[in-house]
Design a protein around this ligand. Structure first.
Ligand code: ADP
Ligand code: MG
Ligand code: MG
Length: 920
């Protein structure tokens, strides 16, 4: 029989901590810490597979139940206490814990094992009646909401009534205090024992009323209810949403941890907290986190009490130093020791949960810490310098999908801005959008293409879909480790948390801010409504009225260093898609090794040029077209001069005109009239021509090189512009490497004809100028036939560039513009593993890429093969392109550094696979 319950305690842990699939992340961490001799309360972990079994049968198998009983016996022995024994009661927590961390997504119950007799016993034993009944009332509320499905609300109301009575007893005048202020004046810890005892009775009454059941007094019954609730929570709504977002398989299931309680709410020398071994937003090397004296862990994360900083330096200026470091220096030093031990052991930054019971530190959780992309890069580089990890490991540590945010814009320091308030800089980046106050609304509006900022008093796991939809998150309450902060950082989304100057009113759908002047006096109050625009700076915590302009960042510091290490490893080159000199310059600054795709049509949409373009389109004959093209030539040449100059010494792939001509014609009647006037062409003639150009399916219509087959003079003009630009620049000493690329070819004949056009233009320009310029001729592969006939095409083409956007559309018969209606369902229900426009469809489109490259190279050994299109910037696709041996990928300028990193990871991952194969 396979073992399914694993005990930990007394310095030893059963079960292999490397088996996160069995123990779950939390269970594995507890086992690991126990094995390292760290102070961990004893307990046991029920394997994740039991939750999967439970999901099918809704019951825990009998043999597992027996194993649990045995483990419970051991736990009682180790703890010297027994479940339900009033003389020496054992209280436990029942905690979920999946293989991948899903913070707050599933449920935890604390203080289990309580009933009236146990509470009385505990009160006698600890000589602290208040503590015993505080633990008891917390347990009833948690167990009722998590395991018995009772709403949280009536329990909250009951405790607020108890608070009101306490306020009256203390003589606090409530009339001028709002709920928040009252909670501050009369905290939970002020509510005395008798009141709490009454509260337990009230709570049980609530359970009776709301669920029609008695609250279970039998600790064994409580335990099984709690274990089953943990298993059930794997399939609650928010857990399912979270799994979809993070691509966590549904069948992993969650492990369940049962652990002896330690009490952070025992006395004033007790506390609970969370800590990172380094700063999760900057990566700085010191403890970072929050704590609350005399509290249980739920108080810290729930955002109901504003937690205090762990480290002295982080304590607010001027205010008294309420840090853990100042208040409990012993425990703080112990925590630092634990942090060092764990970082050395895991060789990574950790996120810790701890409780201090009467001065003694206990560790309750450790896991690899979520961090901003900025911190991820800095920690990886720092750990190489500290000798903890190798450069290769550092490269693998950073998710290339997250780093482009480092290069994304921040607020323009020179732009005028109106600061409304400041909160905590919980997740960096600038975000601007319309205010919304609830998650559903955020989702709805963003689906309509509106950027939104989700403004909440605090977020809860139920808001996750709204957080995902919003551009940025703003909360009035909660700290750096609050739900909103953690989730936003995980998503790389700007977040300002705990902005206490904000009074959020959900009913009125408004938020009121008291704005202070420079001398700190309240100057005015501003009320913002749903739909008003604000800007957040998640890096500084600033909240600004209206839209604030942004500036782009540079590739420097540790990120530059890491990417330079990556360059030493990768074989895949990285180019950028750039249509303008500015794009080309940005791309080069980010390390692009050339332009992989320069689209020429964008050059014709400019106001001055579109007229000539339209003239060309409306011309009746070749002579008319030529006259119009002659006007376009100088513009086109200027564009190429700019781009070639920026890319001196590097290749520039220029795609000749691709879109169908009607895209250049106006559509509105007013514009048509204007055009007719300007060009002196009768309106009917224009209407007629527009009708002629109309196509039912333009994507498969008269476009790409098909245009040049019927109107060769277009490509002739473009080629001429390229060569003239090249010759002009060569005189200045600029090193030009032009690569002329023909779009949408499906046959050798098309390439032969277009090549002839290009060569004729070259010959003419070279003869006239008495100079020449080297160039290569190639084609895009963007239709399945082109991939299949790649061998023939390579007889004419010297390079291929896979246009994977169109190739995906054509191969899968999916229109990118229309797929939005059903493609998400395909992905959600697993018909397709991923959106094929984001990450390459390996078995279909990918196979064509592989086959096309192979057939092409068989014909021409030195054929250069690259990819342009969205996939060139997608880390997962980049891995694939490396594996099938392409020469380069081309992506948007901002994604170049990420692509460099991903290309290096591809080398390391391929090596890893080779090693695994040898082992087998
Ligand atoms: P989550 O997965 O949401 O983080 P946890 O299972 O870690 O939930 O529980 C949340 C908090 O409850 C912990 O951070 C800790 O403070 C508290 N807690 C859990 N188990 C115990 C225990 N055995 N003793 C004291 N506190 C506990
Ligand atoms: Mg949990
Ligand atoms: Mg936890």
């Amino acid at each position: 029989m396979t073992k399914r319950v694993f005990f930990f305690g007394g310095g030893k842990a059963e079960g292999d901590p490397a088996r996160r699939d069995v123990l779950g992340g939390k269970g594995a961490g507890l086992a690991e810490m126990t094995g390292l001799g760290l102070p961990v309360p004893p307990g046991f972990t029920i394997a994740a597979e039991v939750s999967t079994a439970f999901a099918h049968t809704q019951r825990v198998p009998d043999d597992v139940r027996r194993e649990v009983e045995v483990a419970l016996g051991r736990l009682e022995e180790t703890a010297g206490a027994r479940l339900g024994d009033p003389a020496a009661p054992l209280l436990v927590s029942v905690r979920s814990g999946a293989r991948a961390s899903m913070p707050g997504m599933m449920d935890t119950i604390l203080n289990l094992g309580m009933n009236d007799a146990v509470a009385a016993g505990l009160a006698a034993r600890t000589r602290d009646r208040r503590f015993a009944f505080d633990a008891y009332r917390r347990f009833i509320a948690m167990h009722a909401t998590v395991a018995l499905g009772v709403d949280r609300e009536p329990f909250d109301q009951a405790i607020e009534q108890a608070r009101a009575r306490t306020a009256a007893a203390l003589g606090v005048d409530r009339s001028r205090l709002n709920a928040e202020e009252l909670r501050r004046r009369v905290p939970d810890s002020a509510i005395e024992a008798g009141e709490l005892e009454r509260l337990t009775a009230t709570y049980k009454e609530i359970v009776r009323r709301k669920s029609g059941r008695e609250f279970p007094d039998d600790p064994r019954e409580q335990l099984w209810q709690a274990i089953e609730a943990v298993f059930r929570s794997w399939n609650n709504h928010r857990a399912i949403v979270y799994r979809r977002m993070h691509e966590i398989p549904d069948d992993w299931g969650t492990a369940c941890n049962v652990q002896a309680m330690v009490f952070g709410n025992l006395d004033e020398r007790s506390a609970s907290g969370v800590a990172f071994t380094r700063d999760p937003s900057t990566g700085d090397r010191h403890l970072y986190g929050e704590w609350l004296p005399n509290a249980q862990g739920e108080d810290v994360v729930a955002g109901t009490r504003t937690p205090l900083p762990i480290r002295s330096a982080a304590a607010a200026k001027g205010a008294s130093d309420d840090s853990l470091q100042a208040r409990m220096p012993e425990a703080y030093r112990e925590l630092e020791r634990v942090a060092t031990t764990l970082e050395r052991h895991f060789r990574d930054m950790q996120d810790l949960e701890f409780t201090i019971q009467s001065g003694n530190l206990f560790m309750l959780q450790c896991r690899s810490a979520k961090r901003t992309a900025h911190a991820a890069v800095r920690v990886a580089v720092a750990m190489v310098n500290e000798g903890l990890i190798t450069r290769d490991e550092a490269i693998l540590r950073v998710d290339p999908g997250s780093v482009d945010q480092l290069l994304h814009p921040t607020l323009d320091p020179r732009a005028p801005k109106r600061l409304l308030a400041r909160g905590l800089p919980a997740s960096p980046g600038a975000a601007c959008g319309y205010i919304v106050f609830d998650a559903d609304e955020a989702e709805k509006r963003s689906q309509h293409g509106k950027p939104v900022i989700l403004v909440r008093i605090e977020t809860s796991p139920e808001d996750i879909h709204g957080v995902k939809a919003a551009r940025g998150i703003l909360t009035a309450r909660g700290g750096m480790t609050s739900h909103a902060a953690v989730v936003a950082r995980g998503m790389g989304k700007p977040c300002v948390a705990g902005a206490s100057a904000l009074a959020v009113n959900y009913q009125a759908q408004s938020v009121t801010v008291t704005v202070y002047d420079d001398s700190g006096r309240p100057a005015e109050t501003v009320t913002l409504k749903k739909g008003d625009v604000i800007t957040l700076d998640g890096g500084t915590g600033g909240i600004y009225a209206g839209e604030v302009p942004t500036v782009s960042a540079a590739l420097s510091g540790e990120f530059g260093e890491l990417v330079a290490w990556a360059d030493g490893l990768r074989s895949l080159k990285v180019r950028a898609n750039a249509d303008t000199p500015i794009d080309a310059r940005t791309a080069r600054a980010f390390g692009a090794e050339g332009v992989g795709l320069c689209r020429t049509e964008h050059m014709f949409f400019d106001e001055k040029r579109i007229e000539a373009m339209r003239e060309m389109i409306l011309a009746d004959d070749t002579a008319g077209r030529q006259a119009a093209l002659d006007k376009l030539l100088p513009f086109q040449r200027t564009d190429f001069v700019g781009i070639f100059r920026e890319m001196s010494g590097l290749p520039v792939t220029i795609r000749l005109l691709d879109p169908p001509l009607h895209e250049f014609l106006p559509t509105e009647a007013r514009q048509l009239e204007q055009l007719s006037k300007i060009m002196g062409v009768p309106l009917e003639r224009i209407a007629q021509r527009t009708k002629e150009l109309h196509e039912f399916n333009p994507m498969l219509g008269h476009r790409g090189c098909r245009l040049a087959i019927t109107y060769p003079e277009i490509y002739a003009m473009q080629s001429r512009a390229i060569f003239e630009a090249a010759i002009e620049l060569q005189k200045e000493g600029v090193d030009v490497h032009a690569e002329i690329m023909i779009p949408l070819a499906i046959s050798r004949a098309e390439l032969e004809r277009t090549r002839a056009i290009v060569e004729a233009a070259a010959k003419d320009v070279f003869e006239r100028s008495g100079a020449s310029a080297a160039y290569t001729f190639g084609t895009m592969i963007e239709l399945p036939r082109a991939a299949l006939l790649a061998g023939e095409l390579a007889q004419v083409a010297e390079f291929f560039s896979f246009g994977t956007n169109d190739l995906t559309q054509a191969t899968m018969g999916l229109s990118r513009d229309d797929a939005g209606k059903f493609l998400p369902v395909y992905v959600q229900t697993g018909i397709l593993p991923k959106d094929p426009f984001v990450s390459i469809d390996r078995p279909g489109v990918g196979a064509l890429v592989e086959l096309g490259a192979e057939r092409g190279r068989r014909e021409r050994a030195n054929l250069k093969v690259g990819v342009c299109g969205e996939h060139g910037g997608d880390p997962d696709s980049i891995r694939f392109f490396h594996d099938v041996g392409l020469d380069y990928v081309s992506c948007s300028p901002f994604r170049v550094p990420a692509a460099r990193l991903a290309a290096a990871q591809a080398v390391l991952l391929a090596r890893g696979r080779a090693v695994d194969k040898k082992r087998d």
